[in-house]
Design a protein around this ligand. Structure first.
Ligand code: KIV
Length: 281
């Protein structure tokens, strides 16, 4: 049996290509104590770059509302907006598990609504798993999806779809609400979620949740003690104008793009572009 057989879990980051990462690989990484990266992706070309770099999980986040569609929150984006982005990320990758974020209003009404939305992402876009926001209030949805064979990634802490109820983008889980977050995380694990995103929670709480669960935690603004870390790619590449405190900028893409496009514009106005080597005889 080859090392890329689905029956043998592979190292998540930097492991062999040849097949998609599965929930078994992710569970095995938790057992080994392997820490792993997740990034967002919204199109085929960036998905290919991240996939070839060995990123094991690509999230087609509803953050697309802001970074692709230009809204000022994640609330306006629809299933129809996210469906083609998800399909593009699946087409652009061959190894990563592609997780589709269920947008606001597409799963909260009932387990049946959640199942219908998730099934669309899996059947029409080819997603391998879905993510939804919330704790105990979405347990019936999680149970229904899991029993239908759909891997569910949960999301606790700062859940941006609830920004109006939370009163803004603020740290969650301080004080007594940390116990509620812990209880939510345990219930989500019990309901069958395969991983849980912890967004904007105190590092100490994230570390305790991580130690209490047998499924991996994926931190974003949750300190170093989670099993995995996720960032929106435009944040980590330096395209976002005012990123959150938890973002580390690994590149200055906005600056590089500005430089390149000005260079192009200058060469067009002076006639230096196109040169003979860019022209057909
Ligand atoms: O939509 C998104 O990009 C997310 C991540 C920030 C976890 O939910």
């Amino acid at each position: 049996m080859s090392s890329s057989s689905p029956s043998r879990p592979t190292s998540l980051y930097g492991g062999q290509a040849g097949r998609r990462i599965t929930v078994r690989d992710i569970a095995a990484a938790k057992e080994r104590g392997e820490r792993w990266p997740m990034v967002t992706a919204y199109d085929a070309m960036t998905a290919r770059v991240f996939d070839e770099a060995g990123i094991p999980v690509l999230l087609v986040g509803d953050s697309a509302a802001m970074v692709v569609y230009g809204y000022d929150s994640t609330l306006p984006v629809s299933v129809d907006d996210l469906m083609p982005l998800t399909a593009a990320v699946v087409r652009g990758s061959s190894r990563a598990m592609v997780v589709a974020d269920l947008p606001f209003g597409s799963y909260q009404a009932s387990p049946q609504q959640a199942l219908e939305t998730a099934a669309r992402f899996m059947k029409e876009a080819g997603a391998h798993a879905i993510k939804l926001e919330g704790g105990r209030r979405v347990l019936p949805q999680v149970e229904t999806l899991v029993s239908a064979g759909i891997p569910v990634m949960a999301h606790l802490g700062l859940t941006p779809q609830s920004v109006n109820a939370l009163g803004g983008y603020r740290v969650q889980g301080r004080g007594q609400s940390g116990d509620e977050l812990m209880a939510d995380a345990k219930d989500l694990e019990y309901a069958g979620a395969f991983a849980v995103v912890l967004e904007c929670v105190p590092a100490e709480l994230a570390e305790r949740v991580t130690a209490s669960l047998s499924i991996p935690t994926i931190g974003i603004g949750a300190g170093p003690g989670t099993d995995a870390q996720v960032l929106v790619w435009q944040d980590l590449m330096g395209l976002t104008a005012s990123p959150a405190k938890f973002v580390k900028k690994y590149f200055d893409l906005a600056h590089e793009m500005d430089r390149a496009v000005r260079n192009f514009a200058d060469e067009v106005s002076t006639g230096a572009f196109p040169a003979p080597e860019h022209s057909y005889s």
